[in-house]
Design a protein around this ligand. Structure first.
Ligand code: PLP
Length: 402
C-alpha cells in the first residue's frame, strides 16, 4: 500500500491541466514546508472520474473490474468503489482491502490462475465466487475448497508488447481436456478470460483474442457444457488516443464473433480487468533533488526516488519517463539552456538510474522533478531497498473545486 493519504481540497471533476498540477505541487511543497523534501504523489480524482466516463463512452457494454495490483492506493480504490467499478483481486490481502470498502463480493473476480489453497478457502468463506484457472491442479484445488465458484478458463492468446510468456493461459490443445476435467469434477465453467499483454499498442491483439475466445465458447458447447455467458477480456488498455482505436476494433470484433450476445439476446456479460488505463494518468510523482555533480558539460543529479522505488518499471520495461523540472529558487522557463543530464535514484545500486541523456536546465539541490502518468505499477512494485521506503510515500489527493 502506498503511504498515508492526505486530503487537500482543490480543483475539478476533469483532469487537472499540467499547469494546475504544477501549481498544486508547488502549494504542497510550500505549505507543507517539506524541510526534508520527501517524495510524494498527487492523485487527481478528477482524472480518474473522467477516465471512467471515457471507458463507458467507448465501451458501454464492458464492465471494468479494476486490477488492484496495478495501484492499491486506498483513496484511489475508494473512489473506484464509489464509482461502482468491479475489482480484479489476486490474493487474500487484495480481496480483504476491497471488501473493507463495502464492496460486495460479487463485484470481485479472483483473477489469479494459481491460488494458494488458503486463498481459495478464504474466497469461499467471504463469497467471492468467480475465478480463473488454466490447469488441472487448479481445478482440483477449487473442487476441494470452493466447488460453488464459477470458473473462467484463461486461454493463451497472441500478445503484444509485454509478454506474459508461458506462465498464464491454457494452450489450444489443453482446452478440451481442461473443460472435460471441469465437467467431470462438476465445476461450472461459465466463460473465458484472456490478457493480451500490458500496453497493448496493437488494437488487433484484442480482435484476435476475441476470436480465439469465441472458438472456446464453441468448443464448450460441443462438449455439452452449459452455455458459457462471461467473456473476460482482461487488461492491457492504455488511456491515450489509442484507446478509442482499440475500443472501435473491439466493438467490431464483438459484433463479428458474438452478434446475438452483444445485441443482448443471449445474456452475454463482457467484463475487463483494466489496471494501467485507470491508474497511470491519475497519479503524478514529485521527487526532489538531493545531490548534484558537474563533470564538464555533463550534469548529474540524485533524486529521492528511483528504480527500487516508484520507478521500478524502468528495470523491466522500455517505458519512457515523462518528467517536468520544477525550480524552487529560480523559476524554470522554456527559453533556458538545457543540458544532457543523468538522474540517479538514491540507493547504492549503480544501476539505479532514472534518466540518461535527458535534456534539463541546470537544477539545484532542493529543486524538484515532477513525473507524470505515474500510477501504474509504481508504488505497488517499489520496495524499501536501502531504507528508502516506497511504502511510506504519501499521496495528496485532489477531489473538488476550490
Ligand atoms: N488482469 C490480470 C490477470 C493481470 O495479470 C494484469 C496485469 O498484469 C491485469 C489484469 C492488468 O493489466 P493492465 O494494467 O495492463 O491493464
Amino acid at each position: 500500500m502506498a503511504g498515508e493519504a492526505k486530503f487537500r481540497e482543490a480543483t475539478t471533476e476533469k483532469p487537472l491541466s499540467r499547469d494546475d498540477l504544477i501549481r498544486f505541487i508547488r502549494s504542497v511543497i510550500s505549505n507543507e514546508q517539506q524541510e526534508e523534501a520527501d517524495p510524494f504523489y498527487v492523485l487527481d480524482l478528477g482524472a480518474t472520474r473522467s477516465l471512467l466516463n471515457t471507458w463507458f463512452h467507448h465501451l458501454p457494454m464492458v464492465q471494468p473490474f479494476y486490477a488492484v495490483k496495478c495501484n492499491p492506493n486506498p483513496a484511489f480504490l475508494k473512489e473506484l468503489a464509489a464509482l461502482r467499478t468491479g475489482f480484479d483481486c489476486s490474493s487474500i490481502a487484495e480481496i480483504e482491502t476491497i471488501l473493507s470498502l463495502g464492496v460486495s463480493p460479487d463485484r470481485i473476480v479472483f483473477a489469479n490462475t494459481c491460488k494458494p489453497e488458503s486463498h481459495i478457502k478464504y474466497a469461499a468463506k467471504v463469497g467471492v465466487n468467480l475465478t480463473t484457472f488454466d490447469s488441472n491442479c487448479e481445478l482440483e484445488k477449487i473442487r476441494k475448497w470452493h466447488p460453488e465458484s464459477a470458473l473462467l478458463i484463461r486461454i493463451k492468446v497472441p500478445e503484444t508488447t509485454f509478454e506474459f510468456g508461458s506462465k498464464f493461459g491454457a494452450l489450444p490443445e489443453e482446452i478440451v481436456p481442461l473443460l472435460r476435467a471441469a465437467q467431470e469434477a462438476k465445476l461450472q465453467v461459465v466463460g473465458v478470460s484472456f490478457h493480451v499483454g500490458n500496453r497493448a499498442i496493437n488494437s488487433h491483439a484484442f480482435e484476435d483474442a476475441i476470436e480465439v475466445a469465441k472458438t472456446t465458447f464453441e468448443t464448450a458447447a460441443q462438449l455439452g457444457l452449459p452455455k458459457m455467458h462471461i467473456l473476460n477480456i482482461g487488461g492491457g488498455f492504455t488511456s491515450g488516443p489509442k484507446f478509442t482505436e482499440t475500443a472501435s476494433a473491439m466493438k467490431v470484433a464483438f459484433q463479428k464473433h458474438f452478434p446475438n450476445e452483444v445485441l443482448g439476446n443471449d445474456g452475454l456479460r463482457i467484463m475487463a480487468e483494466p489496471g494501467r488505463f485507470f491508474a497511470s494518468s491519475s497519479f503524478t510523482l514529485a521527487a526532489s533533488i538531493i545531490g548534484k555533480r558537474i563533470r564538464g558539460e555533463a550534469k548529474e543529479y540524485w533524486i529521492n526516488d528511483g528504480v527500487w522505488g516508484s520507478l521500478s518499471f524502468l528495470r523491466h520495461d522500455q517505458d519512457e519517463v515523462n518528467c517536468t523540472p520544477l525550480g524552487i529558487k529560480k523559476p524554470i522557463c522554456l527559453e533556458m539552456k538545457t543540458w544532457s543530464s543523468t538522474v540517479y535514484g538514491p540507493t547504492c545500486d549503480s544501476n539505479d538510474i532514472v534518466l540518461k541523456g535527458f535534456e534539463l536546465p541546470e537544477l539545484d539541490v532542493n529543486d524538484w522533478l515532477v513525473f507524470h502518468d505515474m500510477g501504474a505499477y509504481t508504488s505497488s512494485r517499489g520496495n524499501d531497498f536501502n531504507g528508502f521506503k516506497t511504502s511510506a510515500i504519501p499521496t495528496y489527493f485532489i477531489s473538488k473545486m476550490e
